[in-house]
Ligand binder design. Sequence first.
Ligand SMILES: [Fe+2]
Ligand SMILES: [Fe+2]
Length: 276
Amino acid sequence: MKLIHLTDTHIVPKGETLYGRNPAIMLEQCIGDINENHSDANLCVITGDLTHWGELESFHYLKTELDKLSIPVQLLIGNHDSRAEFAELFPSQYPQATKFMQSYRIVDTGVFLFLDTVQEGHHKGWYCQERLNWLNDALHASRGRHIYIFMHHPPFDIGITALDNIGFVNSTDFREVLEPYIPLVRHIFFGHIHRPLAGSWLGMPISSLPSLNHQVRLDIDKNIPLYGKFEPPMYAVVLISPESVIIHNHQFADDSAEFDMANPPITDWATKKHRL
Ligand SMILES: [Fe+2]
Ligand SMILES: [Fe+2]
């Protein structure tokens, strides 16, 4: 199975900019690259902060751009989005949802869980009792299949203080529900942090990606406000098999020179008798 993961598109209404940029331009470039190189992917998942201010105009602009994507897409909401506007523009994303934008999908390689960690009016992530009950039922229904979790907020601290300050509030409750299923969780994909990141939590592999528009400066354990940067955006190509989950982070907007490694351009190093 081939999956595309991207996150934090932060779309603003057409004609407006965010930190001096139009986020839709980067999304369009990203979609063009996916269509050209990964039109065989099974699914593209965008892990939240689809828009920056959550208004209908932004969701509408997002929809116009996503209509160009040649593969199916699953959208999650983030703290910058709003449920009502999202549900109005994308009614087919969560047709069963009555309150929260969550779903459960059985795929060849296991079960995908798409979670809603948004507490409207707050930037912090929150997973209330109603959602914990839903998660508990979904995990129970997975019946021993491999589990892949997609969410906006990571349910743990990452070491960047300003981001941890707008992190997941009730990590302990979430962890308690998840704990019996940890051996089955093959990966947790999330957004929110606007940086490439990989590692593990309680033994479960985790990863995130830069935003498509703006990034967060790497300030580990410094009690200072968030600083933005324009480091390169990425999307991830995720190859899932019964044995492995392989994640290729792709800087799709990179325009550095390419060359044939068997016939490199003449350079100082190439004229020397070094062997690769
Ligand atoms: Fe974001
Ligand atoms: Fe976020």
